[in-house]
Design a binder for this molecule. Structure first.
Ligand SMILES: [Zn+2]
Length: 351
């Protein structure tokens, strides 16, 4: 029997608050983790573990990436002398390798806690984000897909996993990696891909081969609010999880859905993160990995609310919600109908 204090473990990647520094202003920078380390709320509940001395876990990457991609990128990370941009968002520099190494070690530890059932819920506060990195490509701040690597490791103990991607952007790399896999049910809620990077993630992109139906895309219109997320939870996400009965949940937690975040046009409040925590609490086992979220005001408050929700405690931060224009409701309606049709067609579940 697990005691209350052992139910949830929140781990912060220490190197991630210092290493992998952008050459110039970039919203994806070490301050994102530093503000989490410094938050009084989080200090009480999170643990910084020193994994810098443990052995390398780069082997985890080979399970989800092409061998040549891993080898070439690791070689680049080990030899890079000054910060360079790989594309307009994604950079690497001489200390990036340390952030990658510690992130993987921390996730390996988290997976081990869950596989041995020493913990029910593990939260990994790491960076850079990872869900845009595909089998043989980087992009959107992401170099390696460590979330996918952790999911692949968790599959050794739990043979059917649901991945809930709450980041405002579609996790195109994550979806690609498991696109033909029926052991991973990938459900993403993301901003309308007609206008938002990575311009993919329409409801009809539902998987291939054995994985057909196992990629579920719930499109949120520009200007969507908490109310639209609640409807997506009640009408699709929760009934789908109830029907599919995953053995473990992986949460890709992006806080760039907040109205203050400048990278997206979703208008969620801090309340949503507590709601997501409460939703995940219903399931017996979860690994949460921090993905996006670039407002240094939102990050510590959003994570504190998420953890409170996951613990079944009162959320420390509350925000007033404003109604969205009627047009946003109409767009949401059209998108969610498309998602329901796809689920009915391939998974034969009538929502
Ligand atoms: Zn994002």
């Amino acid at each position: 029997m697990l005691r209350g204090s052992e139910m949830i473990k929140c781990l912060i990647c220490r190197s991630c608050s210092q290493m992998h520094q952008p050459p110039d202003y970039n919203p994806e920078n070490p301050l994102r983790i530093k503000v989490l380390q410094r938050s009084l709320h989080l200090r009480r509940v999170c643990e910084e573990i020193d994994v810098s001395i443990v052995s390398d876990h780069f082997y985890m990457l080979y399970r989800v990436h092409d061998k040549n991609y891993v080898e070439n990128m690791l070689k680049r990370l080990k030899t890079v002398r000054k910060p360079v941009y790989l594309d307009e968002d994604t950079y690497i520099e001489p200390t990036t390798i340390h952030a990658v190494r510690e992130t993987l070690a921390l996730l390996a530890y988290g997976v081990e806690l869950l596989s041995s059932r020493r913990c029910r819920h593990v939260i990994a506060l790491v960076r850079p984000p990872s869900h845009h990195a595909g089998r043989r490509r980087f992009g959107g701040f992401c170099i390696f897909n460590h979330s996918a690597a952790a999911t692949a490791s968790l599959l050794d103990s739990y043979d059917f996993i649901a991945v809930l991607d709450f980041d405002a952007h579609y996790g195109d790399g994550f979806a690609e990696i498991f696109y033909e896999d029926d052991r991973v049910l990938y459900i993403s809620l993301h901003e309308d891909p007609r206008y938002m990077f990575p311009y993919r993630g329409f409801p009809e992109e539902a998987g291939r081969g054995r994985g057909l139906g196992y990629t579920v895309n719930i499109v949120m219109p520009k200007g969507a609010t908490d109310k639209h997320y609640h409807r997506a939870f009640d009408e699709v996400l929760c009934p789908l999880l109830d029907a599919m009965k995953p053995k473990a949940i992986v949460v890709l937690l992006g806080l760039d859905t907040h109205w203050k975040d400048e990278l997206t046009d979703i208008n969620a409040t801090l309340n949503l993160y507590a709601d997501i925590g409460r939703l995940v609490r219903r399931y017996s086992l979860s690994l949460t990995v921090l993905e996006g979220g670039y407002s240094l005001w939102v990050l510590p408050r959003g994570i504190a609310n998420y953890i409170a929700g996951l613990k079944g405690e009162e959320q420390p931060y509350r925000e007033e919600e404003y109604p969205a224009p009627l047009e946003v409701d109409r767009r949401f309606e059209r998108f969610i109908d498309r998602t329901k049709k796809v689920i009915k067609k391939y998974l034969r579940i009538d929502l």
